[in-house]
Every structure is written in C-alpha cells, then in structure tokens.
Write a protein that binds this ligand. Structure first.
Ligand code: UD1
Length: 375
C-alpha cells in the first residue's frame, strides 16, 4: 500500500484537492490518501465551509499555523509538517497552487527525500514582487511530478530547464470541482438572499496586497466602486485582509448601501454569483479561470496574469491597476462591448482522473486495477 499526503492551506486550495480526494477513492487498497490542512486559513468562512461543501473529510492532520508574517507562516508550516512526514513516511506529497503552504510543504518533503507532485505547475506572472510567483518557481524547481493546466505552463517549465519527462499537461482540477458541483451551484439561493437577479450585478473581489494594502490604492478603488454603483448594482464579498484594511483606513463607512458587501462566501454560493454576474472585477487568480469556464466577462485589476489562456482564449481582460482604466473598461462592457471566450483545452472535468492515473502508474508501477483499466 502506498501512502500519499495532499496538502491544503488556504481558501484557493480546497477546491483543487477535492477532486483528487474523490478520485483516489478508486485506488483504495493500493493507495492510502491522507489530507493535511496547515491552517493557513482557519476561519469558518475561509476554511470550514469549504470542507463541508466540497465533501472533504476531516483533515487527517491539522497544523493550526494561522496568520502571521510570511516567514513566520512558512517556517511554522515547515516545522509542523516535518513532524508529520517523519511520523507517516509517505511515498508522495501532493501540493496545489501557489500559497505559502505550497512551498513550505514541498521544501520539507524534498529535504526528507519524499517525492513531491505539484498540481497547477508552470504558471508564471513574471512578477517576483508577488509572493505567489516566488512560491511557484521554487515549488516547481523541486517537484518530481508537475501537473500543468494550460499550454503556457509547459513552455515556462521547459524554459526553466525542467525535464519534460516530469511534466504532464492534464487540465484544471479547479474546473473539475466546478463541473462536478454545477447542479448544486445552480440550486444556490444566494441571488434571492442578496436581492439580485441574474445578470443585473457586477461581482467584485479584491484582496491582493498590491491593491488593498495601501490607503491611497484602496481609497481609489472604493471611489471607483462608488461611481460604478450608480450604473449597475455591485456585489462585493470582502476578504478578511481587505476588511481589515477598509477598517484601518476608515473607508468602510464611506461605502454606500447600493454596494452589497458580504462576508467571504462559501464555494457554492460564490460560484453561483460568478455564473450569474453580468461582469466580474477581480484581482484573484482562480476567478479568472472560473469566469472563463462559465463564459462570464472578467476584468482583472492586475498588471499581469499567470493564467494567460484566460486572456488569449477566455473572457478575461487584463487591465492593470489604474482605477481610471478599470472604470472605463467596466463602462465599455456595460455599454455592450462584451468579450466572447472559449473553454481552454482539457478543462473538461477529468483533470484529477488524469493526475491520479499518472501517479498510480508511477507509484504502483501500473499494478492498481484502476490504472490497468485506464480509469
Ligand atoms: C493567501 C494567499 C493568496 C491567495 C489568498 C486567498 C499566500 C502568500 N497568499 O493570501 O495567494 O490568493 O490566500 O485568500 O499564501 N485572515 C482571516 N481569516 C483567515 C485567514 C486570513 O481573518 O482564515 C486574515 C488575517 O488577518 C490575515 C489576512 O487575512 O493576516 C491575510 O491572510 P494570509 O493567509 O496571510 O494571506 P491572504 O491575503 O489570504
């Protein structure tokens, strides 16, 4: 029996591990799949609700790291995860995405000679001021198996000298979750709860430090939202980082009632809001992909994206962080200039199937029934 530990830490990780967890059940008897939650995100609404909605079991290991400086967070995860690995001696550690838990756990596993698989490898924004970019580069440099979501990832890894026999273009596990839960998402009552109709609102999410950590930047964004709310209803689920800063800079009370502010939402309600939005304005990574799959126009308030297929093929428009430019791009879309998009290659709901089959073949040398049958 082979043992695998998949790591989750922060909100964008949960929907990526859920389809892998489901898929590994097919290999029970050959592979024992365990989940380690680092506790990077710990709130009910940033973590617990995702486990419930995505039907994930209670994590086998909970490291309880919590918030802190990046060094504190990464170091804390490393020390705690090392104990888990020394105790459990797994054959493989799976990390997803680009958060601090991703690099911390990869590094510990690699040091102990345990193989590492990185799901969502190869994405590059080429902006090293983003902590996620550094996390991605470092994780990919030490991973043994690299699972890629889009063509650009293949090219980036080859340019970085990573041997092509470690790299697999498999599609997008986050889209697996979206497709799997779409029937449930379509039954969400969030639109009624917020008093919205389909396509009558702009969905806004902002949480990148570059956008929300300075008073001037956040003030500009709030001013823009206030002006736009005169044209279209705005729904803005507020990330804890953004909420803290809105309070700190005394901006929360300046936001008028026409802008619907909510706490962070669960997975089902949030994807329902994406699906029914007229337009999305965001600085998130994952939402660029979810809106592309659901063919909803998305304006990304960043200077770069590590997910260029969402721009070249999907509905994403990369506009930068200048609020005047963002505002005029929104006005254009409201005026009918809507970007049509296609669904990128292999975003078909079967990425986890491909990943687990490859891993089973590597770890069990093709001896699992599922691997033999080509599941
Ligand atoms: C992290 C990820 C980012 C991802 C984002 C999604 C890194 C470097 N960043 O950023 O890539 O897009 O998650 O949310 O890993 N907080 C709470 N409750 C929580 C978690 C956080 O209140 O459950 C507050 C804390 O005040 C904390 C702040 O949010 O200081 C920021 O959290 P942190 O985990 O440091 O980074 P994120 O901005 O969430």
């Amino acid at each position: 029996m082979k043992k695998i530990i998949s790591v989750v830490g922060a909100r964008p990780n949960f929907m990526k591990v859920a389809p892998l967890y489901r898929e590994f059940q097919k290999y029970a008897g050959h592979i024992h799949h365990l989940i380690c939650h680092t506790g990077q995100h710990y709130d009910e609404k940033m973590s617990k609700i995702f486990f419930e909605e995505l039907e994930l079991p209670r994590p086998d290991f909970y490291l309880g790291i919590g918030s802190g400086t990046h060094a504190g967070q990464i170091a804390g995860v490393m020390v705690a995860f090392e104990k888990v690995l020394l105790e459990e001696e797994p054959d493989l550690v799976i990390v997803v995405g680009d958060v601090n838990s991703t690099i911390a756990c990869s590094l510990v596993a690699s040091r102990l000679g345990i193989k590492v698989a990185h799901v969502e490898a190869g994405l590059r924004s080429f902006d090293r001021t983003m902590p996620e970019e550094v996390n991605r580069i470092l994780t990919d440099a030490i991973a043994d198996y690299l699972f890629v979501t889009e063509e650009s990832g293949m090219t980036n890894l080859i340019h970085e000298g990573i041997s092509s026999d470690k790299v697999f273009f498999v599609g997008n596990v986050m889209i697996d979750s979206l497709i799997h839960y779409l029937p449930v998402i379509n039954r969400s009552a969030i639109l009624q709860t917020l008093g919205c109709d389909p396509k009558d609102y702009i969905l806004v999410t902002l949480h990148r430090p570059a956008n929300v950590d300075t008073e001037e930047g956040l003030k500009d964004l709030v001013g823009m939202l206030i002006r736009l709310s005169g044209r279209k209803k705005i729904v803005f689920p507020v990330h804890p980082r953004t909420k803290n800063n809105l309070e700190k800079f005394d901006l929360l009370k300046k936001i008028p009632e026409e802008i619907i502010l909510t706490s962070p939402l669960g997975y089902i309600d949030f994807v329902c809001l994406i699906e029914n939005a007229f337009l999305i304005v965001t600085d998130s990574g994952g939402i660029q992909e979810e809106s592309t799959y659901l063919r909803v126009p998305c304006i990304t308030v960043r200077d770069n994206t590590e997910r260029p297929v969402t721009v070249s093929t999907g509905t994403n428009i990369l506009i930068g962080t200048d609020t005047k430019k963002v505002e005029s791009a929104v006005v254009e879309v409201l005026g009918g200039r809507i970007k049509q998009g296609q669904i990128p290659e292999l975003w078909d709901g079967h990425a986890a199937e491909r990943i687990c089959r490859i891993i089973a073949n590597k770890l069990c040398a093709g001896k699992t029934p599922a691997a033999e049958e080509g599941v």
